[in-house]
Design a binder for this molecule. Structure first.
Ligand SMILES: *[C@@H]1O[C@H](CO)[C@@H](O)[C@H](O)[C@H]1NC(C)=O
Length: 314
């Protein structure tokens, strides 16, 4: 009904970051640097894992999938943000906005599922070390990866189709740096109750269940280590699980806070800062936290750099 007598919006304006014009340049440099670090760090991981046959284990295959997903995830938002900061033209067509939203959801979900697969892999490795190779067969790994892709494809498509059916008529200014689902919903002039319901239900399934699974895996890891306490074991467990859990809580905490507990008094600045955390900061930190502190990865890097490659043919 709202469609009548109103012009239909065909372009949106992205406001970008809530900063002063004179701060644009330092922030531009900062985001460009973070983007380059994300791309290079993750590419390095993918190359190392591809080239080094020692690293062809489930954990590292999941890790290289995660790196791939990190590269794509940050490429969905940051290049457009950089372009918005540098030029005065911050418009984005409706179709472009939906496309960005689709890929944003797709890679965010994929990341979430891969983190579950990685936590499950660590759980099996630490709690059932003797059955590890039998349980984590390459067939299971491939199935987990394929399942993640299929589920995320459907989930992102569902939200995109529900969004495409809405009508946007009056306001076309998005107070955000990318086409965020909740920012778009606030602009719609048709009824958004179905969308909100689906976001709530699917968000619960897609975010909270993986998060609980991850926490459960790490909790069981900690319990199994505490059962046979040794100072070294405890230190090792807390150094790996602690860093994993810090990244996980950064990612899930901000995403769950933004989508599942939206409140009217969330200021645009607060929302943007939270969004920057999981769109820009987590993809950049993932490679460092998951691998570059890890002895096998450093060994692979050393072998690659110094060509001291001894062939361990199996
Ligand atoms: C992702 O994981 C699958 C299954 O473990 C593996 O075969 C594939 O090579 C990985 N893909 C990338 C890009 O690392």
């Amino acid at each position: 009904m709202t469609r009548r007598n109103q012009t239909i919006v065909s372009d949106f304006l992205l406001l970008g970051l809530p900063i002063e014009p004179e701060q644009q340049n330092p922030f531009y440099v900062l985001f460009l640097a973070m983007y380059l670090i994300t791309i290079l760090g993750n590419l390095l991981i993918i190359f190392l894992i591809c080239l080094d046959s020692h690293l062809h284990t489930p954990m590292y295959l999941f890790l290289s999938n995660l790196s791939f997903s990190d590269i794509c995830f940050s490429s969905v938002t940051i290049p457009k943000l950089l372009q918005t900061m540098q030029s005065q033209d911050s418009s984005i067509p409706f179709a472009g906005c939906l496309t960005q939203m689709y890929f944003f959801l797709f890679f965010a979900d994929l990341e979430s599922f891969l983190l579950v697969a990685m936590a499950y892999d660590r759980y099996v490795a630490i709690c059932f070390p003797l059955h590890y190779t039998i349980i984590m067969s390459s067939k299971l790994c491939l199935s987990l990866v394929v399942l993640s892709w299929v589920l995320t494809m459907f989930h992102a498509m569902l939200h995109t189709l529900l969004m495409a059916r809405l009508c946007f008529c009056a306001d076309n200014i998005i107070p955000h740096f990318f086409c965020d689902m909740s920012a778009l919903l606030k602009l719609a002039c048709s009824d958004t109750r179905v969308n909100e319901l689906v976001i709530f239900i699917m968000g619960g399934l897609i975010l909270v269940i993986p998060f609980l699974l991850i926490v459960m895996s790490y909790a069981r890891i900690v319990i199994s280590i505490l059962r046979v306490p040794s100072a070294r074991g405890i230190r090792k467990a807390f150094s790996t699980c602690g860093s994993h859990l810090s990244v996980l809580s950064l990612f899930y905490g901000t995403v769950i806070g933004l989508y599942l507990c939206p409140s009217a008094n969330n200021s645009a600045v607060k929302e943007t800062v939270m969004a920057v955390m999981y769109t820009v900061v987590t993809p950049m930190l993932n490679p460092f936290i998951y691998s570059l502190r890890n002895r096998d990865m450093m060994g692979a890097l050393g072998r690659l750099l110094f060509k001291k490659k001894i062939s361990f043919s199996v």
